[in-house]
Design a protein around this ligand. Structure first.
Ligand code: HXC
Length: 255
């Protein structure tokens, strides 16, 4: 039976892990299923936003029972990075809606999103060092880029599991809502993003990413200028500006 589900609500896609008996701990087969669903999302030009959301618990990390006997080679094969990179590389915005535990590889999945919304009872962290390992699915790379090196080191070195309130204060999540509102808040935001010009949004996402990765600031500003000007080749730029002048809502065509 499927342990990862893909649903569509209009132009919004939702990927959920469904393994409640293990707090949605992530096995190799779960990640393989997720990979296929991410490929589906990539191919569907109607989808404007992806929400990562699992009921009750986002994911309590990689499956420790499956990892314990791994040798080095098996540990490499177990890793989730190719799938996580695919999610992070999606041109559409990705929102992680976090309820309950998001730990280790589960939190690394949330870090592939552009925006994280957490329930007030969510518990997040990177407990890998308490197990004799370290984050291995992008955590050591994405976490410092998102919250800064010193905060990332404190989280990863201590393995502390932190509250949603603390996660918000350090920028690990964008905002906190009531636990029963997490998905609705994510959907509200997704619907808002789905109304924006998709090519412009994708260009902004790619330009922010390249700016984060390129150490030369002026080079990044040149890239921004080129990407900005390129948007003037789109029909949506004409539509957006025309709609403003005509005092109506734009009808973007993804062209
Ligand atoms: C396998 C897990 C699991 C996990 C929970 N379960 N987390 N199984 N791998 N990561 C299982 C438990 O074994 C148990 O199954 C059931 O889920 C319920 O969990 P409990 O521990 O009984 O629940 P609770 O007492 O409420 O404690 C919740 C918890 C704890 C604090 C989240 O389960 C926990 O500490 N889990 C491990 C968290 C963790 O260390 N994650 C990082 C993994 S390393 P049974 O059969 O006993 O009922 C990692 C590396 C990623 O993610 C690297 C990239 C691939």
């Amino acid at each position: 039976m499927a342990q990862v589900l893909l649903k569509k609500q209009g132009t919004i896609a939702i990927i959920s892990v469904d393994r409640p008996e293990a707090l949605n701990a992530l096995s190799r087969s779960i990640i393989d299923e997720m990979d296929d669903l991410v490929e589906e999302v990539m191919k569907d030009r109607d989808i404007r936003c992806l929400i990562l959301h699992s009921k009750k618990n986002f994911a309590a990390g990689a499956d420790i029972k499956k990892m314990i006997e791994c040798n080095e080679q098996e540990a490499r094969a177990f890793l989730f990075s190719p799938t996580y990179n695919k999610i992070a590389d999606l041109s559409i915005p990705v929102i992680a809606a976090i309820e309950g535990y998001a730990l280790g590889g589960g939190m690394e999945l949330a870090m592939t999103a552009d925006i994280r919304i957490a329930g007030e009872g969510a518990k997040m962290g990177f407990p890998e060092v308490t197990l004799g390992i370290m984050p291995g699915a992008g955590g050591t790379v994405r976490v410092p880029r998102i919250i800064g090196e010193a905060r990332a080191k404190e989280l990863i070195f201590t393995g502390d599991v932190i509250t949603a309130e603390r996660a918000e204060a350090m920028g690990l999540v964008n905002r906190v809502t009531a636990d029963d509102q997490v998905f609705d808040e994510a959907m509200k935001l997704a619907k808002k993003l789905a109304k924006r010009a998709p090519i412009a949004l994708a260009a902004a996402k790619a330009t922010i990413r390249s700016g984060q990765e390129e150490p030369d600031q002026n080079k990044s500003i040149d890239i921004e200028a080129a990407n900005w000007a390129k948007l003037f080749t789109t029909e949506d730029q004409k539509e957006g500006m025309r709609a403003f002048l005509e005092k109506r809502k734009p009808a973007f065509q993804n062209k």
